[in-house]
Write a protein that binds this ligand. Structure first.
Ligand SMILES: NC(=O)c1ccc[n+]([C@@H]2O[C@H](COP(=O)([O-])OP(=O)(O)OC[C@H]3O[C@@H](n4cnc5c(N)ncnc54)[C@H](O)[C@@H]3O)[C@@H](O)[C@H]2O)c1
Length: 284
């Protein structure tokens, strides 16, 4: 099966980055949002980052123009009917994703691959809303999608090996480093990283260490490229708490439950870099 045309549903943080990767890799790409305004915002995000790549001489102006020429946006899901792959990157809510996959199932060709970028939901439960669970995979990109190389290519019990291989190859054509894994809670990276980061936050209080010293400890003592507090600020306290709750709910290990300190920060609206305040403060 040759992949030529890609649909991306949701052009927020992840979807805009994924659509950018697709057009940079030469795929005709159509992004769907819920309003013209959000569709335009998604497009301008992509224009902004491609513009920066030109300024930094990482891309030529003609390559940028060619990439942007491959991008269209729409608010009509029917416009995705000719896509060979559709990647969903909407809100992390099972009902919303299941409803969307049910609609996509009716709209796109039977052999097309439907992929979800979910971090914490079951791919199988999303796939069950379609009549083609064998063509449904997880394509889990990391934030920021254009920068972080890894993509977890997730198979459910029902995923056809050919569809899984095609999704793996597609991720490679986007310039990413794909790995194959099963549809288990947190897949690979989050299953490991989230409880470790929660341990780090608990150590802050247990060892009476400052965020700065904890980050220094992990950077200098283990060569982590970024300290745990700076990393949680980057991920977003709310995003991390949400992912912790999902893992805690799915696997029941106490380490996975979000630490009180993070819940208090989320409650206070100190969500990390995006709000200018988390473990650290950031100029806005
Ligand atoms: N942010 C991260 O760090 C991260 C990392 C990996 C995976 N994810 C996953 O990616 C998905 C998207 O996350 P995000 O951070 O980009 O969220 P976001 O809130 O930034 O973007 C979601 C976008 O989807 C749009 N949307 C909602 N319903 C829609 C629909 N039916 N059709 C079209 N557009 C719709 C919204 O208008 C919004 O612009 C989630 O499943 C999330 O768990 C997020």
């Amino acid at each position: 099966m040759e992949i030529r045309r890609v649909g991306v549903v949701g052009l927020g943080t992840m979807g805009a980055g994924i659509a950018q990767l697709c057009v940079q890799a030469g795929f005709e790409t159509i992004g769907r949002e819920v309003s013209e305004e959000l569709a335009a915002r998604g497009r301008s995000t992509i224009e902004h980052y491609l513009g920066r790549a030109v300024e930094k001489e990482r891309m030529s102006a003609s390559d940028r123009d060619a990439a942007l020429g491959l991008l269209t946006t729409t608010i009509s899901l029917e416009d995705l009917s000719a896509c060979d792959v559709v990647i969903e990157a909407i809100v992390e809510e099972l009902d919303a994703k299941r409803e969307l996959f049910g609609e996509l199932d009716r709209i796109v060709a039977a052999e097309a691959i439907l992929a979800t970028n979910t971090s914490a939901l079951s791919v199988a439960e999303i796939a069950a809303a379609t009549s083609r669970p064998e063509r449904v995979v997880g394509l889990h990109f990391f934030n920021p999608a254009p920068v972080l190389p890894l993509v977890e290519v997730v198979r459910t019990e029902l995923t056809d090996p050919g569809a899984h291989d095609a999704a793996y190859e597609f991720a490679g054509r986007l310039g990413k480093v794909p790995i194959r894994c099963n549809d288990t809670p947190g897949f690979v990276v989050n299953r490991i990283l989230i409880p470790v980061l929660n341990d780090c936050v608990r150590v802050l209080d247990e060892a009476r260490v400052t965020p700065e010293d904890l980050d220094t400890a992990m950077e200098q003592g283990t060569r982590w490229p970024i300290g745990p507090c700076a990393l949680i600020d980057l991920i977003g306290i709310d995003v991390h708490v949400h992912a912790s709750e999902a893992l805690w709910h799915a696997l029941g290990e106490p380490r996975m439950a979000p630490p009180e300190r993070l819940l208090a920060m989320a409650e206070a609206g100190h969500l990390g870099r995006k709000t200018g305040r988390g473990f650290y403060t950031y100029g806005r």
